[in-house]
Design a protein around this ligand. Sequence first.
Ligand SMILES: [Cu+2]
Length: 328
Amino acid sequence: MTYRMLATEPQASSWQLPPAMSDTAPPVDNTYNFIFWFSVAFTVVITALTLYFVVKYRRRPGVRSEPTGHFNRLEIFWTVTPTIFIGILFHVGFSSWIKNATAAEGATEIRVRGKKWVWEFEYPTGDRVPSELVLEKGRAYKMIISSEDVLHSFFIPEFRLKRDAVPGQYSFIAFTPTVTGAAHVFCAEYCGTNHSGMGATVKVLEPNEYQEWAKGLGKCVGTPEECVPERYGESLFAKNACTTCHGVGGTGMVGGSKGVGPKLAGIYNTMQPLMSGGPVMADENYIRESILRPNAKIVQGYANVQMPAFVLKDDQLDAIIAYLKSLK
Ligand SMILES: [Cu+2]
């Protein structure tokens, strides 16, 4: 295990759980504690009753056991009661899951890439930093998680967050860090010999400290195209001649008239009507698929034109998606 030392020591843990550092933590902890004490209570009651009955109905000379029959009301009671409890547990768990599956409006997006055996973080400025994620306290974030090779899983116990990084698609988590300090990031999916060393540090800073730190961003060496994902995406959009069908700026207009491809500006996060049923939400995964396998989902009204399938590398796709998202 190559554990990185944390610059700041994390807060003291509670009785069973690590310190809570994000807004996802309270609902998760409440659910955990609820299930825990619920189970403790039932374990105690069931064990006590079992012991009581073991003694009460023990074998004694001269006492014959009464055969028990079927008791409908009891059967219904112990079928319905647990069902209600399971329903409540499902509701509690599911609403907390939904909460960190949907990003707040205007959340800062950070790309998280897992690869053997390192986590790499890409900030909106295009800076890519391995093994250290720096966040601002109180700011809403959306992590766009992907993998460059095998399955990994992005796991921050202190944030109560875990999401698989799956090759060939994006997964998301949304949260707001609520406490300053540092914590470990783990990989929670066995990914090869150095899986246990696949760690990183996450640091949550006060807004003023964060501003200071962020001054170091945007210093990427290279052309603006290579540094800022949107700009890189824009140049790829031109280079791959996407503009011949979708128009410059994805307006859907080519030389003053309607192009052969649909308008792309502003489609992000909207519902797209499809030929085969639908509609479908135009999120990162949909745009990615539309570029790699255009025939998988055909936009309504465009069945007669074939968009060619493109072969692009992951970071080129990421850049084109960033560019399309920036178009309004
Ligand atoms: Cu891994």
